[in-house]
Design a protein around this ligand. Structure first.
Ligand code: SRM
Ligand code: SF4
Length: 577
C-alpha cells in the first residue's frame, strides 16, 4: 500500500518573469497560444515557406518546415529560394491504427506526400515532401478518420509509446488503454489547431486556454512510454517518463516508474549527454494518470527555460538530485511511491513474422527497412499494405523499431492475408543477418535540417558490408543491435545500441560500442569522426575477437566491455569522460 502524504498545493502561477525566459520561451508567450501568423503565412503566395516564428510554432501543430538538401546548393547557385516542403507527423498513441485510418493515410500520402510514408522510431507516421498548399487538405483528411497531429512535435508531451507485444493480448490492451489515456491527458487543448486547420471560429474563453501548459508550454519536448516486459521495444530507459508493466498471475498489477531518460547531445558541448532513466518506485494502474501529471508538472515548473540545450528533464534531475526529485514527485502526488518490483527485459527488438496471441488471433510483423513505406521496383509495399487494409478487420501496429505489425487476424482471415503478403512479397525482406533485422536508422538527409551525414540512405549498404564481416566470423545469426543517426541528436536511439554511429560530417561518424542488448546500458565512443574504412576495420577486429572468445549467451555489447575495448558507462554524466 502507498503511504499517503499531505495533499500538495496543486495551484501554481504559470507566468514567469520575462528575464528568466530564453528567446524561444518569449516567442511562445507572445504567440497567442500558438496562433502566431500561421494563417497569414499559409496564404502568402510569394514563398513556399512560412515566417521564421511560424516555422517554430508549426512544430506544436505537428509540422516541420524543411527543404530538399540534395538540391540546396544548386538552388542557391540559381538564386532560387530553397525547395521548401513540410514534414507532417501524426499523433498515434502506442502506434495503433485501424484499417480505415490506414487507407486514408495511404490516400493522403499518394496525393500530397510523394507517395510514401515514414514509420518513426516513436511509432507513428510521417508524411514528407508536403507542399505548403497541401498542408490544410492533409490535416483535414486526417481529421475525417479522427487522426490529428497535435503535439506530435513541439515543447509538449510527444507521442506516447507502448510495447507492441500482441501475443500478450489482454495485457497489451490494458496497457495500451493507459497509454492512450496518458496521451489524451497530456495533449495541449490547442484551439489554434482547430481554427487554423479545420476553419473553426475563435471562441471567447472564460478561463485560460491551456490550463496545464499555460502560455509557455513545456521547457522542451517531454516523452512518455509504456513497456511490457520481457520486451523493451520502446527503450523505456530513454523516455523522460517510462512505465514498466508489472503483471502477476491475475494480470496487470501496476508499473515501475522510470524517470529522466533522453538521448540528445551535442558533440562540442560536454555539458550535454544521453542519460538512462532511473527506476524510482511502483504505482498501481489507477495512479498512472496522476503520476504523469505530477512528473510533467515538476518539469514544467522547474525545467530550464533559459537554455534550451539544458532544458530536458534529465538535466533537471541531475541538477537537483534524484532523491530530491523523487520526494517532489511524491509531494505533488500526495503519496509515497511503493518500492519498485522485479522485472526482466531480454530484448528491445521486434519478433518478425507470424505469432499467435493468447486469445488465438494471429499477428504478423513485417520488416520495413528504415520505416520507409513506398512502392519500390522489387517490393510494392504501399500497394500491398493498401490491399491488406481493404480486407483486414483487426488493427495495424507500428513498432518502436520502425516495423509494422498487422495485428488481430482471425483464423478465417489469415489465408487471405497470407496470399496478399505473398503476392506483394511483403515478407521478403525479413531475410538477412540477425544484425540487419535489429538495425535502425533515423531519417537524416535529404529532409532533416540537422543531419550532418547520411543515415537512412546509408544503412542498407553499410549493413551489407558488415554482413561480409559477420559471415567471415560465423556471426550472421547472432543478434546484435546497430543504430545510425545522422547527427548526435540520436533519433534512432543510437546510444543504447551495441554498435552506434552518429554523423559528424559527410561520410564521417563517431562509432560507439558497448550498449546493453536490451537497451539497459549506454555505449561509449570508440572512434571519433571516422570514415567507413576505419569503422569497418574496427568492427572486423572486435567482432572477430567476439567470435573467438565470447562466453555462452554473451552479447557483443557486454563482450567489448569485458575485453577492454571500452569502459562501461554507468551514468549519463560520465558519457563524455
Ligand atoms: Fe528526433 C529533432 C526525426 C525520434 C531526439 N527529429 C528531429 C527533427 C525534427 C529535426 C529538426 O528538429 O529539424 C527530425 C526530422 C527529420 C525528418 O526529416 O523526418 C527528427 N526523431 C525523428 C524521427 C522521425 C526519426 C526516425 O527516423 O524515426 C523520430 C520521430 C519520432 C516521433 O514519432 O515522434 C525521432 N528524436 C527521436 C528520438 C527517439 C525517441 O524519442 O524515442 C530521439 C531521442 C530521444 C530524446 O528525445 O532524447 C530524438 N530529435 C531528437 C533531438 C534531440 C533532443 C535533445 O534532447 O537534445 C532533436 C533536436 C531538437 O529537438 O532540438 C530531434
Ligand atoms: Fe535528423 Fe539528427 Fe534526428 Fe537523424 S538524429 S533525424 S539527422 S535530427
Amino acid at each position: 500500500m502507498s503511504q499517503t502524504l499531505a495533499p500538495a498545493d496543486r495551484s501554481r502561477d504559470l507566468s514567469q518573469p520575462v528575464e528568466n525566459l530564453g528567446p524561444d520561451e518569449r516567442m511562445k508567450a507572445a504567440s497567442d497560444q500558438l496562433r502566431g501568423t500561421i494563417q497569414h503565412s499559409l496564404i502568402d503566395p510569394i514563398t513556399g515557406s512560412v515566417s521564421d516564428v511560424d516555422t517554430k510554432l508549426l512544430k506544436f501543430h505537428g509540422i516541420y518546415q524543411q527543404d530538399d538538401r540534395d538540391v540546396r546548393d544548386e538552388r542557391r547557385r540559381q538564386k532560387l529560394e530553397p525547395a521548401y516542403q513540410f514534414m507532417i507527423r501524426v499523433r498515434l498513441p502506442g502506434g495503433v491504427c485501424t484499417p480505415a485510418q490506414w487507407l486514408k493515410l495511404d490516400e493522403l500520402a499518394r496525393s500530397h506526400g510523394s507517395e510514401m510514408l515514414r514509420l518513426t522510431t516513436r511509432q507513428t507516421f510521417q508524411f514528407h515532401w508536403v507542399l505548403k498548399d497541401d498542408l490544410r487538405p492533409t490535416l483535414a483528411g486526417l481529421h475525417e478518420v479522427l487522426l490529428d497531429t497535435i503535439a506530435a512535435c513541439g515543447d509538449d508531451s510527444r507521442g506516447v509509446m507502448c510495447s507492441v507485444n500482441p501475443h500478450l493480448s489482454a495485457l497489451h490492451a490494458e496497457v495500451h488503454e493507459l497509454a492512450q489515456r496518458a496521451s489524451d491527458r497530456a495533449i495541449p487543448r490547442m484551439r489554434a489547431y482547430h481554427e487554423i486547420w479545420y476553419g473553426e471560429e475563435r471562441l471567447a474563453s472564460s478561463g485560460p486556454e491551456e490550463p496545464f501548459y499555460g502560455a509557455t508550454y513545456m521547457p522542451r519536448k517531454f516523452k512518455i512510454g509504456f513497456a511490457i516486459p520481457p520486451v523493451n521495444d520502446i527503450d523505456v530507459y530513454t523516455q523522460d517518463l517510462g512505465f514498466i508493466a508489472i503483471a502477476g498471475k491475475d494480470g496487470l498489477e501496476g508499473f515501475n516508474v522510470a524517470i529522466g531518460g533522453g538521448m540528445g547531445r551535442t558533440d562540442q558541448a560536454p555539458s550535454t549527454y544521453p542519460r538512462l532513466a532511473d527506476v524510482i518506485g511502483f504505482v498501481t494502474p489507477d495512479n498512472v494518470p496522476a503520476t504523469c501529471d505530477a512528473v510533467m508538472e515538476l518539469q514544467r515548473d522547474l525545467g530550464d527555460r533559459k537554455d534550451r540545450a539544458h532544458a530536458r528533464f534529465k538535466y533537471t534531475i541531475d541538477d537537483r538530485g534524484l532523491d530530491w526529485i523523487k520526494a517532489d514527485i511524491e509531494r505533488r502526488l500526495g503519496f509515497k511511491l511503493d518500492a519498485s518490483r522485479p522485472y526482466v527485459f531480454d530484448s528491445n527488438r521486434d519478433t518478425l513474422g507470424w505469432q499467435t496471441g493468447e486469445d488465438g488471433h494471429h499477428h504478423v510483423t513485417l520488416l520495413i527497412e528504415n520505416g520507409r513505406l513506398a512502392n519500390r521496383p522489387d517490393r510494392a509495399l504501399m500497394d500491398g499494405l493498401r490491399a491488406i487494409a481493404r480486407i483486414h478487420d483487426g488493427t495495424f501496429r507500428l513498432t518502436p523499431n520502425q516495423n509494422l505489425t498487422i495485428a488481430q487476424i482471425s483464423d478465417a482471415k489469415r489465408p487471405e492475408i497470407e496470399r496478399l503478403l505473398d503476392e506483394y512479397r511483403l515478407l521478403a525482406s525479413a531475410e538477412g543477418s540477425a544484425l540487419r533485422l535489429g538495425s535502425m536508422a533515423c531519417v537524416a538527409l535529404p529532409t532533416c535540417g540537422l543531419a550532418m551525414a547520411e543515415s537512412e540512405r546509408y544503412l542498407p549498404s553499410f549493413v551489407t558490408r558488415i554482413e561480409t564481416i559477420l559471415g567471415r566470423h560465423g556471426l550472421s545469426d547472432v543478434p546484435i543491435t546497430l543504430r545510425i543517426s545522422g547527427c548526435p541528436n540520436g533519433c534512432s536511439r543510437p546510444y543504447v545500441a551495441e554498435i552506434g554511429l552518429t554523423g559528424r560530417a559527410p561520410g564521417k561518424y563517431n562509432l560507439y560500442l558497448g550498449g546493453g542488448f536490451h537497451g539497459n546500458r549506454l555505449n561509449r565512443m570508440y572512434l571519433e569522426n571516422a570514415g567507413e574504412a576505419a569503422i569497418l576495420d574496427a568492427l572486423d577486429a572486435t567482432l572477430g575477437h567476439f567470435a573467438r572468445e565470447r562466453g555462452e549467451h554473451e552479447h557483443f555489447g557486454d563482450f567489448v566491455i569485458r575485453a577492454g575495448y571500452v569502459k562501461a558507462v554507468m551514468a549519463g554524466r560520465d558519457f563524455n569522460s
